[in-house]
Design a protein around this ligand. Structure first.
Ligand SMILES: [Zn+2]
Length: 301
């Protein structure tokens, strides 16, 4: 979800959008999350397939926390959804100079700027760590809610990993402000995806070990940032000579960004599945109840 809801005024001669911007629209979050679950390997797949509807639905919760203004230890929720890799004045791509330790990040730039430019990698790592903890607790007699917690942490982790794959969650001009292309955030992540969902070709989910989760998040954001110029160029081409963001606009826009869009959606699903698998391995490969959280208890004889 972007930092503000934006609805353009209906002005003659100006391209008009009436959609609010959101982090991969909620339906897109659910779609990526479900693909990731379907692509999980044995033996963890049955547990998550049984919890698929729950996890998919709750993968949008972090956006709702923004709406109700929930706060965590590090501050309010919105900065948890992005990190503007290009925020530092004078720095050049690939933006490797942002400290990867949170305290060093805050120490270098100050609390105010740190909150303004985002906390996504650290927030995602916090949830990943809690997921590892919930996996470790599973089967322990003193942790009756471990399975409930594991499925919820997967839902929340899904949200943050998916946000990191959206190019505009990695740049300061997150809605095309700098180039006068306002509304690009939701045109790309919501309108374009939902219009073409049936024809987009996503790669099968691939499981890759993630040995250092925070570094994975940083790399994902660096990759996202690198895609922004291409998306903006495709948008400019699609706008040319047009007055509305109509079907013809979206056709031209799609032609320009289809490979990047399909790749990012695919990588988001693979990234989430890989993170869940890696957390489970890190926790010592606990046995997960194949029937899900509410699986009927076995009768002991
Ligand atoms: Zn978000």
């Amino acid at each position: 979800m972007t930092r503000l809801l934006w609805t353009a005024c209906v002005t003659a001669g100006v391209l008009v959008s009436t959609t609010g911007t959101g982090a991969w629209g909620m339906d897109v979050h659910r779609w990526i999350t479900e693909r990731a679950i379907d692509g999980l390997p044995e033996p963890i797949k049955p547990f998550f397939v049984a919890e698929r509807a729950f996890i998919s639905e709750h993968s949008v919760d972090p956006d709702l926390w923004r709406t109700v203004d929930l706060r965590g230890e590090r501050g309010d929720e919105p900065p948890n959804h992005f990190l503007d890799m290009d925020f530092e004045e004078g720095s050049k791509t690939p933006f490797l100079n942002i400290p990867r330790e949170y305290d060093a990040y805050v120490g270098k730039y100050g609390v105010g700027p740190a909150n303004r430019y985002g906390r996504l990698p650290w927030r995602a790592e916090e949830i990943y760590t809690r997921l590892v903890g919930a996996f470790k607790d599973m089967g322990q007699p003193n942790a009756p809610f471990a399975a409930d917690n594991a499925r919820y942490f997967v839902a929340v982790l899904a949200h943050y990993i998916e946000d990191a794959h959206q190019p505009f969650h990695a740049v300061i001009s997150y809605d095309g402000q700098a180039t006068n292309q306002r509304g690009i955030h939701s045109r790309f992540e919501t309108d374009l995806v939902l219009r073409n969902q049936k024809t987009l070709k996503l790669e099968p989910v691939k499981i890759t070990a993630i040995p250092a989760f925070r570094d994975y998040m940083f790399q994902t954001l660096l990759d996202s940032q690198a895609l922004v110029d291409g998306v903006l160029a495709a948008d400019r081409k699609a706008i040319e000579g047009r007055e509305f963001y109509d079907a013809a606009y979206f056709d031209v826009f799609l032609t320009g960004v289809k490979p990047a869009l399909e790749r990012r959606l695919s990588e988001a699903a693979s990234g989430l599945a890989s993170a869940v698998f890696s957390a489970w391995v890190e926790a010592g490969r606990p046995v997960l109840p194949a029937g899900g959280v509410r699986a009927p208890a076995r009768i002991r004889r």
